[in-house]
Ligand binder design. Sequence first.
Ligand SMILES: Nc1ncnc2c1ncn2[C@@H]1O[C@H](COP(=O)(O)OP(=O)(O)OP(=O)(O)O)[C@@H](O)[C@H]1O
Length: 362
Amino acid sequence: MRKEKGKKQPTWRVFSLKELHAATNNFNYDNKLGEGAFGSVYWGQLWDGSQINQLLPYGDYLQIAVKRLKVWSDKAEMEFSVEVEILARVRHKNLLSLRGYCAEGQERLIVYDYMPNLSLLSHLHGHHSAECLLDWNRRMNIAIGSAEGIAYLHHHATPHIIHRDIKASNVLLDADFKAQVADFGFAKLIPDGATHVTTTVKGTLGYLAPEYAMLGKASESCDVYSFGILLLELATGKRPLEKLSSSMKRTITNWALPLACEGRLSELADPQLNGKYEDVELKRVVFVALICAHSRPEKRPTMLEVVELLKGDSKEKFAVIENDELFKSQPANDNDGPAADDGSDFIWEEREPKQVAKELQV
Ligand SMILES: Nc1ncnc2c1ncn2[C@@H]1O[C@H](COP(=O)(O)OP(=O)(O)OP(=O)(O)O)[C@@H](O)[C@H]1O
Protein backbone atom coordinates (compact mmCIF):
# COMPACT_ATOMS: atom_id res chain seq x y z
CA MET A 1 0.00 0.00 0.00
CA ARG A 2 1.32 3.41 -0.94
CA LYS A 3 1.21 5.93 1.84
CA GLU A 4 1.64 9.04 -0.25
CA LYS A 5 0.26 9.86 -3.65
CA GLY A 6 1.51 13.36 -4.30
CA LYS A 7 3.29 16.01 -2.36
CA LYS A 8 0.21 17.96 -1.29
CA GLN A 9 -1.98 14.88 -0.69
CA PRO A 10 -3.01 14.30 2.92
CA THR A 11 -1.95 10.80 3.90
CA TRP A 12 -2.16 8.15 6.62
CA ARG A 13 0.20 6.34 8.91
CA VAL A 14 0.42 3.64 11.56
CA PHE A 15 -0.16 4.88 15.11
CA SER A 16 1.07 3.42 18.37
CA LEU A 17 -1.45 2.56 21.05
CA LYS A 18 0.37 4.93 23.38
CA GLU A 19 -0.20 7.86 20.99
CA LEU A 20 -3.90 7.11 20.72
CA HIS A 21 -4.24 6.76 24.50
CA ALA A 22 -2.67 10.21 24.83
CA ALA A 23 -4.82 11.70 22.06
CA THR A 24 -8.12 10.51 23.57
CA ASN A 25 -7.29 11.07 27.24
CA ASN A 26 -7.10 7.28 27.75
CA PHE A 27 -10.34 6.70 25.86
CA ASN A 28 -12.11 8.79 28.41
CA TYR A 29 -15.91 8.45 28.61
CA ASP A 30 -16.18 12.23 28.05
CA ASN A 31 -14.42 11.81 24.72
CA LYS A 32 -16.85 9.18 23.47
CA LEU A 33 -18.72 10.25 20.33
CA GLY A 34 -20.90 7.21 20.00
CA GLU A 35 -21.08 3.49 19.70
CA GLY A 36 -21.67 1.28 16.67
CA ALA A 37 -22.13 -2.44 16.23
CA PHE A 38 -18.38 -3.12 16.26
CA GLY A 39 -17.01 -0.69 18.83
CA SER A 40 -16.91 2.83 20.19
CA VAL A 41 -15.74 6.04 18.58
CA TYR A 42 -13.76 8.64 20.58
CA TRP A 43 -12.83 12.25 19.88
CA GLY A 44 -9.15 13.08 20.22
CA GLN A 45 -6.45 15.47 19.15
CA LEU A 46 -2.95 14.98 17.89
CA TRP A 47 -0.17 17.40 18.37
CA ASP A 48 1.28 18.40 15.04
CA GLY A 49 -1.30 17.26 12.56
CA SER A 50 1.03 18.34 9.76
CA GLN A 51 2.66 14.92 9.92
CA ILE A 52 -0.45 13.37 8.41
CA ASN A 53 -2.25 16.36 6.96
CA GLN A 54 0.10 18.55 5.01
CA LEU A 55 -2.63 21.16 4.59
CA LEU A 56 -2.20 22.00 8.27
CA PRO A 57 0.62 24.34 9.28
CA TYR A 58 3.44 22.88 11.34
CA GLY A 59 2.58 22.75 15.02
CA ASP A 60 -1.20 22.73 14.58
CA TYR A 61 -3.52 20.33 16.40
CA LEU A 62 -5.45 17.86 14.32
CA GLN A 63 -8.81 16.68 15.61
CA ILE A 64 -9.39 12.99 15.07
CA ALA A 65 -12.05 10.35 15.66
CA VAL A 66 -10.74 6.97 16.83
CA LYS A 67 -12.82 3.84 16.38
CA ARG A 68 -11.80 1.22 18.92
CA LEU A 69 -13.03 -2.18 17.82
CA LYS A 70 -14.13 -4.96 20.11
CA VAL A 71 -11.47 -7.43 19.05
CA TRP A 72 -12.83 -10.50 20.70
CA SER A 73 -15.15 -11.01 17.74
CA ASP A 74 -13.91 -12.44 14.47
CA LYS A 75 -16.43 -10.24 12.68
CA ALA A 76 -14.88 -7.11 14.17
CA GLU A 77 -11.44 -8.26 13.04
CA MET A 78 -12.87 -8.75 9.56
CA GLU A 79 -14.52 -5.31 9.63
CA PHE A 80 -11.19 -3.79 10.66
CA SER A 81 -9.23 -5.25 7.77
CA VAL A 82 -11.94 -4.53 5.19
CA GLU A 83 -12.29 -0.94 6.34
CA VAL A 84 -8.56 -0.22 6.48
CA GLU A 85 -7.93 -1.85 3.12
CA ILE A 86 -10.75 0.01 1.40
CA LEU A 87 -10.10 3.37 3.02
CA ALA A 88 -6.44 3.24 2.15
CA ARG A 89 -7.43 2.86 -1.53
CA VAL A 90 -9.91 5.71 -1.78
CA ARG A 91 -9.51 9.46 -1.60
CA HIS A 92 -12.45 11.66 -2.48
CA LYS A 93 -13.80 14.92 -1.08
CA ASN A 94 -17.02 13.17 -0.03
CA LEU A 95 -15.52 10.02 1.51
CA LEU A 96 -14.30 10.08 5.10
CA SER A 97 -10.51 9.93 5.01
CA LEU A 98 -8.44 7.39 6.82
CA ARG A 99 -5.75 9.02 8.96
CA GLY A 100 -4.27 5.73 10.08
CA TYR A 101 -4.68 2.64 12.16
CA CYS A 102 -3.21 0.80 15.11
CA ALA A 103 -3.00 -2.98 15.50
CA GLU A 104 -1.15 -3.84 18.71
CA GLY A 105 -1.77 -7.06 20.61
CA GLN A 106 -5.55 -7.42 20.96
CA GLU A 107 -6.24 -3.80 20.10
CA ARG A 108 -7.58 -2.72 16.68
CA LEU A 109 -8.16 0.98 16.15
CA ILE A 110 -8.95 3.13 13.11
CA VAL A 111 -8.17 6.85 13.01
CA TYR A 112 -10.27 9.25 10.89
CA ASP A 113 -10.67 12.99 10.52
CA TYR A 114 -13.06 14.28 13.14
CA MET A 115 -16.35 15.53 11.68
CA PRO A 116 -17.52 18.39 13.94
CA ASN A 117 -21.12 18.30 12.71
CA LEU A 118 -21.44 14.57 13.38
CA SER A 119 -23.91 12.46 11.43
CA LEU A 120 -26.88 13.28 9.22
CA LEU A 121 -28.94 11.06 11.50
CA SER A 122 -28.30 13.32 14.48
CA HIS A 123 -29.59 16.33 12.50
CA LEU A 124 -32.66 14.63 11.06
CA HIS A 125 -33.83 12.63 14.06
CA GLY A 126 -31.32 12.96 16.89
CA HIS A 127 -30.10 15.51 19.38
CA HIS A 128 -29.32 18.17 16.73
CA SER A 129 -32.76 17.97 15.10
CA ALA A 130 -34.31 20.69 17.29
CA GLU A 131 -31.62 23.19 16.23
CA CYS A 132 -32.74 23.02 12.56
CA LEU A 133 -29.25 23.45 11.17
CA LEU A 134 -30.07 21.76 7.89
CA ASP A 135 -31.66 24.36 5.63
CA TRP A 136 -32.63 23.39 2.08
CA ASN A 137 -29.38 24.56 0.53
CA ARG A 138 -27.33 22.40 2.93
CA ARG A 139 -29.60 19.43 2.24
CA MET A 140 -29.10 19.77 -1.52
CA ASN A 141 -25.32 19.97 -1.08
CA ILE A 142 -25.39 16.90 1.19
CA ALA A 143 -27.52 15.01 -1.36
CA ILE A 144 -25.20 15.85 -4.27
CA GLY A 145 -21.98 15.40 -2.27
CA SER A 146 -22.89 12.00 -0.87
CA ALA A 147 -24.06 10.90 -4.35
CA GLU A 148 -20.66 11.96 -5.73
CA GLY A 149 -18.84 9.98 -3.03
CA ILE A 150 -20.82 6.81 -3.78
CA ALA A 151 -20.46 7.36 -7.56
CA TYR A 152 -16.69 7.45 -7.04
CA LEU A 153 -16.81 4.08 -5.24
CA HIS A 154 -18.97 2.51 -7.97
CA HIS A 155 -17.37 3.98 -11.06
CA HIS A 156 -13.87 5.26 -10.36
CA ALA A 157 -12.32 3.09 -7.65
CA THR A 158 -10.42 0.00 -8.88
CA PRO A 159 -11.73 -2.54 -8.30
CA HIS A 160 -15.22 -1.08 -7.89
CA ILE A 161 -16.58 -0.95 -4.37
CA ILE A 162 -20.11 -1.41 -3.08
CA HIS A 163 -20.67 0.14 0.31
CA ARG A 164 -23.62 -2.04 1.48
CA ASP A 165 -24.55 0.16 4.44
CA ILE A 166 -25.60 3.55 3.05
CA LYS A 167 -27.75 5.21 5.74
CA ALA A 168 -28.13 8.50 7.61
CA SER A 169 -25.77 7.54 10.45
CA ASN A 170 -23.04 6.79 7.92
CA VAL A 171 -23.13 10.22 6.30
CA LEU A 172 -20.98 12.50 8.45
CA LEU A 173 -20.83 16.29 8.17
CA ASP A 174 -17.66 18.39 8.29
CA ALA A 175 -17.36 21.95 9.65
CA ASP A 176 -19.00 23.32 6.47
CA PHE A 177 -21.74 20.66 6.47
CA LYS A 178 -20.09 18.94 3.52
CA ALA A 179 -21.09 15.27 3.34
CA GLN A 180 -18.51 12.55 4.02
CA VAL A 181 -19.67 8.99 3.46
CA ALA A 182 -18.25 6.77 6.21
CA ASP A 183 -18.16 3.24 7.60
CA PHE A 184 -16.71 0.89 5.02
CA GLY A 185 -16.66 -2.11 7.33
CA PHE A 186 -19.36 -3.89 5.33
CA ALA A 187 -18.07 -2.86 1.92
CA LYS A 188 -17.26 -5.37 -0.83
CA LEU A 189 -14.78 -5.15 -3.64
CA ILE A 190 -16.34 -6.19 -6.94
CA PRO A 191 -13.95 -8.16 -9.14
CA ASP A 192 -13.51 -6.83 -12.69
CA GLY A 193 -16.30 -7.94 -15.00
CA ALA A 194 -18.61 -9.22 -12.24
CA THR A 195 -22.14 -7.80 -12.18
CA HIS A 196 -22.86 -8.76 -8.58
CA VAL A 197 -21.58 -10.86 -5.71
CA THR A 198 -23.78 -13.27 -3.78
CA THR A 199 -23.26 -12.88 -0.08
CA THR A 200 -24.83 -13.06 3.35
CA VAL A 201 -26.98 -10.01 3.93
CA LYS A 202 -25.54 -7.09 5.87
CA GLY A 203 -26.97 -3.64 6.26
CA THR A 204 -29.81 -1.90 8.00
CA LEU A 205 -33.52 -2.69 7.79
CA GLY A 206 -35.43 0.01 5.95
CA TYR A 207 -32.52 0.63 3.56
CA LEU A 208 -32.15 -2.89 2.12
CA ALA A 209 -32.94 -3.43 -1.57
CA PRO A 210 -35.50 -6.25 -1.91
CA GLU A 211 -33.38 -8.45 -4.22
CA TYR A 212 -30.49 -8.17 -1.80
CA ALA A 213 -32.62 -8.91 1.26
CA MET A 214 -34.32 -11.90 -0.42
CA LEU A 215 -31.57 -13.37 -2.59
CA GLY A 216 -28.34 -11.92 -1.17
CA LYS A 217 -27.45 -10.42 -4.56
CA ALA A 218 -25.21 -7.46 -3.80
CA SER A 219 -24.44 -5.01 -6.59
CA GLU A 220 -24.05 -1.28 -7.09
CA SER A 221 -27.81 -0.98 -7.52
CA CYS A 222 -28.33 -2.09 -3.89
CA ASP A 223 -26.44 1.05 -2.82
CA VAL A 224 -28.59 3.07 -5.24
CA TYR A 225 -31.70 1.71 -3.51
CA SER A 226 -30.35 2.63 -0.04
CA PHE A 227 -29.35 6.05 -1.35
CA GLY A 228 -32.93 6.58 -2.59
CA ILE A 229 -34.22 5.91 0.93
CA LEU A 230 -31.59 8.30 2.35
CA LEU A 231 -32.65 11.03 -0.11
CA LEU A 232 -36.30 10.67 0.89
CA GLU A 233 -35.30 10.87 4.54
CA LEU A 234 -33.27 14.02 3.85
CA ALA A 235 -36.15 15.77 2.06
CA THR A 236 -38.99 14.66 4.33
CA GLY A 237 -37.39 14.27 7.76
CA LYS A 238 -39.19 10.90 8.13
CA ARG A 239 -37.49 7.70 9.18
CA PRO A 240 -37.15 4.84 6.64
CA LEU A 241 -39.59 2.72 8.65
CA GLU A 242 -42.35 4.11 10.83
CA LYS A 243 -44.48 2.19 13.25
CA LEU A 244 -48.18 2.83 12.66
CA SER A 245 -49.33 0.46 15.39
CA SER A 246 -47.86 -2.41 17.38
CA SER A 247 -48.27 -4.73 14.40
CA MET A 248 -47.96 -2.38 11.43
CA LYS A 249 -44.98 -0.61 9.95
CA ARG A 250 -44.95 1.70 6.96
CA THR A 251 -41.96 2.22 4.71
CA ILE A 252 -41.03 5.75 3.68
CA THR A 253 -41.62 4.82 0.01
CA ASN A 254 -45.15 3.53 0.67
CA TRP A 255 -45.93 6.87 2.27
CA ALA A 256 -44.16 9.11 -0.26
CA LEU A 257 -44.98 7.47 -3.60
CA PRO A 258 -48.75 8.12 -3.63
CA LEU A 259 -48.21 11.75 -2.57
CA ALA A 260 -45.60 12.22 -5.31
CA CYS A 261 -47.98 10.68 -7.89
CA GLU A 262 -50.65 13.21 -6.95
CA GLY A 263 -48.16 16.09 -7.06
CA ARG A 264 -48.68 16.80 -3.35
CA LEU A 265 -45.03 17.69 -2.87
CA SER A 266 -45.50 20.33 -0.18
CA GLU A 267 -46.91 17.56 2.07
CA LEU A 268 -43.68 15.63 1.58
CA ALA A 269 -41.29 18.43 2.60
CA ASP A 270 -39.80 18.18 6.09
CA PRO A 271 -41.97 20.39 8.37
CA GLN A 272 -38.70 21.59 9.97
CA LEU A 273 -38.02 23.51 6.74
CA ASN A 274 -41.07 25.73 7.41
CA GLY A 275 -41.86 25.86 3.71
CA LYS A 276 -38.40 27.25 2.87
CA TYR A 277 -37.25 25.11 -0.04
CA GLU A 278 -37.01 25.30 -3.82
CA ASP A 279 -40.07 23.65 -5.39
CA VAL A 280 -38.17 22.46 -8.46
CA GLU A 281 -35.38 20.95 -6.38
CA LEU A 282 -37.75 19.25 -3.94
CA LYS A 283 -39.56 17.65 -6.89
CA ARG A 284 -36.26 16.56 -8.37
CA VAL A 285 -35.06 15.01 -5.10
CA VAL A 286 -38.35 13.17 -4.44
CA PHE A 287 -38.69 11.72 -7.96
CA VAL A 288 -35.02 10.73 -8.14
CA ALA A 289 -35.26 9.17 -4.67
CA LEU A 290 -38.30 7.10 -5.61
CA ILE A 291 -36.81 5.85 -8.87
CA CYS A 292 -33.60 4.92 -6.98
CA ALA A 293 -35.75 2.94 -4.53
CA HIS A 294 -37.61 1.12 -7.35
CA SER A 295 -38.25 -2.51 -6.45
CA ARG A 296 -36.82 -3.61 -9.82
CA PRO A 297 -33.04 -3.03 -9.88
CA GLU A 298 -32.94 -2.55 -13.67
CA LYS A 299 -35.20 0.50 -13.31
CA ARG A 300 -32.78 2.25 -10.94
CA PRO A 301 -30.34 4.84 -12.32
CA THR A 302 -26.59 4.56 -11.79
CA MET A 303 -24.99 6.83 -9.21
CA LEU A 304 -23.39 8.84 -12.03
CA GLU A 305 -26.87 9.51 -13.42
CA VAL A 306 -28.12 10.34 -9.91
CA VAL A 307 -25.44 13.05 -9.59
CA GLU A 308 -26.42 14.50 -12.97
CA LEU A 309 -30.12 14.39 -12.11
CA LEU A 310 -29.72 15.99 -8.68
CA LYS A 311 -27.66 18.80 -10.17
CA GLY A 312 -30.43 19.42 -12.71
CA ASP A 313 -27.97 18.78 -15.55
CA SER A 314 -30.14 16.30 -17.38
CA LYS A 315 -33.63 17.65 -18.12
CA GLU A 316 -34.32 14.87 -20.66
CA LYS A 317 -33.47 12.07 -18.23
CA PHE A 318 -35.60 13.71 -15.56
CA ALA A 319 -38.55 13.94 -17.98
CA VAL A 320 -38.23 10.18 -18.62
CA ILE A 321 -38.29 9.48 -14.89
CA GLU A 322 -41.29 11.74 -14.31
CA ASN A 323 -43.22 9.84 -16.96
CA ASP A 324 -42.29 6.41 -15.62
CA GLU A 325 -45.22 4.11 -14.94
CA LEU A 326 -44.15 4.06 -11.27
CA PHE A 327 -45.68 7.52 -10.91
CA LYS A 328 -49.03 6.62 -12.46
CA SER A 329 -52.14 5.72 -10.45
CA GLN A 330 -50.92 5.37 -6.88
CA PRO A 331 -53.75 6.91 -4.81
CA ALA A 332 -52.63 8.40 -1.49
CA ASN A 333 -54.20 6.93 1.62
CA ASP A 334 -55.18 10.02 3.59
CA ASN A 335 -56.18 7.91 6.58
CA ASP A 336 -52.56 7.07 7.31
CA GLY A 337 -52.10 10.23 9.38
CA PRO A 338 -48.84 11.05 11.14
CA ALA A 339 -46.99 7.88 11.98
CA ALA A 340 -45.40 7.25 15.35
CA ASP A 341 -41.64 7.51 15.54
CA ASP A 342 -40.42 4.12 16.65
CA GLY A 343 -36.73 5.01 16.69
CA SER A 344 -35.78 1.60 15.36
CA ASP A 345 -32.59 1.24 13.37
CA PHE A 346 -31.87 -2.44 13.18
CA ILE A 347 -28.51 -3.75 12.15
CA TRP A 348 -28.61 -6.78 9.92
CA GLU A 349 -25.44 -8.70 9.70
CA GLU A 350 -24.55 -12.18 8.71
CA ARG A 351 -28.17 -13.12 7.99
CA GLU A 352 -28.83 -15.73 5.32
CA PRO A 353 -31.04 -14.23 2.58
CA LYS A 354 -33.93 -16.66 3.25
CA GLN A 355 -33.92 -15.77 6.91
CA VAL A 356 -34.04 -12.05 6.07
CA ALA A 357 -36.92 -12.63 3.66
CA LYS A 358 -38.85 -14.35 6.45
CA GLU A 359 -38.08 -11.61 8.96
CA LEU A 360 -39.06 -8.91 6.47
CA GLN A 361 -42.69 -10.01 6.56
CA VAL A 362 -43.64 -7.14 8.87
N1 LIG B 1 -15.09 10.78 12.04
C1 LIG B 1 -16.08 10.99 12.89
N2 LIG B 1 -16.32 12.23 13.38
C2 LIG B 1 -17.34 12.44 14.23
N3 LIG B 1 -18.17 11.47 14.68
C3 LIG B 1 -17.99 10.24 14.24
C4 LIG B 1 -16.93 9.91 13.33
N4 LIG B 1 -16.99 8.59 13.04
C5 LIG B 1 -18.04 8.11 13.74
N5 LIG B 1 -18.64 9.08 14.47
C6 LIG B 1 -19.81 8.92 15.33
O1 LIG B 1 -19.58 7.80 16.18
C7 LIG B 1 -20.77 7.02 16.30
C8 LIG B 1 -20.47 5.54 16.08
O2 LIG B 1 -20.07 5.35 14.73
P1 LIG B 1 -19.96 3.90 14.07
O3 LIG B 1 -19.57 4.11 12.66
O4 LIG B 1 -19.12 3.03 14.92
O5 LIG B 1 -21.42 3.30 14.18
P2 LIG B 1 -22.82 3.64 13.48
O6 LIG B 1 -22.63 3.96 12.04
O7 LIG B 1 -23.57 4.64 14.32
O8 LIG B 1 -23.56 2.26 13.66
P3 LIG B 1 -23.25 0.85 12.96
O9 LIG B 1 -21.94 0.34 13.44
O10 LIG B 1 -24.34 0.07 13.52
O11 LIG B 1 -23.32 1.04 11.49
C9 LIG B 1 -21.79 7.60 15.34
O12 LIG B 1 -22.75 8.28 16.10
C10 LIG B 1 -21.03 8.56 14.48
O13 LIG B 1 -21.82 9.71 14.25
